[in-house]
Design a binder for this molecule. Structure first.
Ligand code: ASP
Length: 368
């Protein structure tokens, strides 16, 4: 292990790649884990949130983060960690997922969720469902117990009942705040895109001690959505993606733009394509012996993309989203132990934790 780290660190010195020792330690397969979560992105500013609400949101994010962290710390799978984290957020009425989901134009709730296992890229998703208490469990059941990837509407509801997932009456999802929001929208006859109620989607990404990655997202969609509108959250590759070779992503924001860019898959693909090129670049910096041969051949298992490169890739894709007119953000986890965010909104409900003892939650754009 010492030799392994020193190889990484000497590579860092030789190549100038800004790999931090903390991040390097996270590359120890069989030891490190990391997790990130979000509770939606949008016009989240200090002046719009009371100190009580601020504290309530931070407590909810911390609770969900602790639930996932504990599973990972005890050697549980990334899939189990993100499922439990998302359930905690779905059950909290502060977020637009499960209880507290936004209302459609017809004053109903149509929930979307998806989940992906990066170890075999198996995935499950549900769109426009109701009746299931925790949509993320239904998405997971589609992955685990059906030959399909995506089920929708009444068929998905029926599948949920047949599997015996916990059912609720439709008024379970309703909260006074969400009712007022839809009444405001209907009174003004404005569409979902014109109101500022579209944040609150939840998601989680993780890497477990085996180096397996997972991602999941759950949402009520956008306030006042009509005509069976489906956003990015249940679309594998747009709102959710996980691949052990590159990253795990969960998105939140104006779904139409995330679908158009295939944001979650795009970020993972850029990381996957960048990695072998970065190894070649690092190899060029290794000293040669008298015969002109490299004194050390860098092996893929010893090499990680530095934090700055991961962040740049995520920021580039979110910048492209912004150029199209889209707002929102993503959380990421990588196979090298990094966990972080990128967003172009004033704030994002978010949190991250790693086996190195890092744990933080944030709301506004000016905090870590
Ligand atoms: N992305 C979600 C959707 O478009 C909404 C959100 O993240 O706030 O349905």
């Amino acid at each position: 292990m010492i030799r392994y780290l020193s190889v990484l660190l000497s590579l860092t010195l030789a190549s100038g790649l800004p790999v931090s020792p903390a991040a390097a330690q996270d590359t120890e397969v069989g030891e490190g884990w990391s997790i990130a979560l979000h509770g939606g992105a949008g016009t989240i500013k200090r002046e719009n949130i009371t100190p009580e609400k601020d504290a309530e949101i931070r407590a909810a994010l911390s609770r969900a983060l602790e639930i996932g962290s504990l599973i990972l710390d005890n050697g549980g799978t990334a899939m189990d960690a993100i499922t439990a984290t998302i359930i905690s957020l779905e059950n909290d009425p502060n977020f637009n997922a499960g209880k507290g989901a936004v209302f459609t134009w017809d004053k109903t709730n149509e929930l979307d969720a998806s989940i992906m296992d990066g170890s075999d890229r198996s995935a499950g998703a549900v769109a426009g469902i109701n009746g299931t208490k925790n949509p993320i469990l239904l998405a997971r059941a589609v992955k685990d117990s059906s030959p399909h990837v995506m089920l929708s509407g009444e068929g998905a509801n029926q599948f949920s009942r047949e599997l015996g997932l916990e059912q609720v009456t439709v008024d379970y999802y309703a909260t006074p705040r969400r009712l007022k929001q839809i009444e405001d929208v209907l009174a003004k006859q404005v569409s979902a895109a014109d109101v500022d109620y579209k944040f609150g989607t939840v998601g989680a990404v993780a890497m477990d001690r085996r180096g397996n990655m997972a991602a999941g997202t759950s949402t009520g969609g956008m306030t006042g959505k009509r005509w069976g509108r489906i956003g990015d959250s249940p679309i594998i590759g747009a709102g959710t993606y996980a691949d052990d070779r590159s990253c795990a992503i969960s998105a939140t924001g104006a779904g139409e733009y995330f679908i158009r860019l295939g944001v979650a898959h795009e970020i993972c693909t850029r990381i996957r394509m960048r990695w072998p090129i970065a190894i070649e670049e690092a190899q060029l910096t290794v000293p040669k012996d008298a015969q002109g041969n490299y004194t050390y051949a860098i092996h893929g298992s010893e090499f990680m993309l530095p934090n700055s490169e991961i962040q740049q890739i995520a920021d580039d894709v979110i910048a492209e989203l912004g150029e199209l007119g889209g707002t929102g953000g993503i959380i990421f986890a990588t196979p090298w132990g990094q966990a972080g965010y990128s967003y172009n909104t004033p704030g994002m409900y978010r949190g991250r934790a790693t086996s190195q003892g890092e744990m933080s939650v944030g709301i506004y754009g000016d905090e870590d």
